[in-house]
Unconditional design. Sequence first.
Length: 274
Amino acid sequence: MCDICVIESVKERMLSRRQFFSATAAAATGVAIGGVVSAPPAMAAGHGGVVDMTHTLSPEFPTFFGVPGISAEQQFNFAEHGFNLFNLTINEHTATHIDAPLHFSADGASVDEIPVSDLVVPLCVVDIAARAAENADAQVTPDDLKAWISANGPIPEKACIAMHSGWAGKSGDAAAYTGNDAENVKHFPGFHIEATQMLLEETSAVAMAVDTLSLDHGPSADFATHYAWLPAGRYGIENLAGLGDVPAAGATLVVGAPKHKGGTGGPARIFAMV
């Protein structure tokens, strides 16, 4: 068989396989509506849909230190090489990402050492958005946790407790998202240390999540929540999206944590099954 015949034969087979898998995927997942898609059959018994909880990682996304968190250099392009490939330079703690215990401890677990069983967890959403709209320095307090428990029952085993402050909607405006004032002090919501201590002492929660740049609120100078939560072997999630699209209780969070050796964290693809 001639070379061109072989190439054409391979193309036909690839197209056929691509069409088959595209049709299969479409039948399994249904049609996307906003950030939610219908659940594949394997999920149907327990959940009815999927919500993307991840901001798009780009040089424009606001960062804690005010510099781009990612850059990309194209090493190969389709026109010249027949395929595309980029070399990435990434700050571990940019956009939607994980804080591993090692991030704020001398010898805590690195991101690749977080047990996979701790990455698929019940999601508990504590909504302080109304208070945060009035006060950028609002914090999740023990009273907020008690109110959640009163309304939804006990916090499930090995859960992720997430703060919904409404801050995700500000991510397109770096000044609003960071809240930097004239003295370069940041202003955005986070977890109060007393709420963090309550979770550590009274629950088996494995993760804490926020829709802001930090587990601690913006003005924090001592990062008390980071220093209490992470060295205890728990992990954090920062810049979470989509919290307004999930229920206060009942969803399952799936955390696609990176797995680079010795990492202190890293960008993650995170979604909730609802």
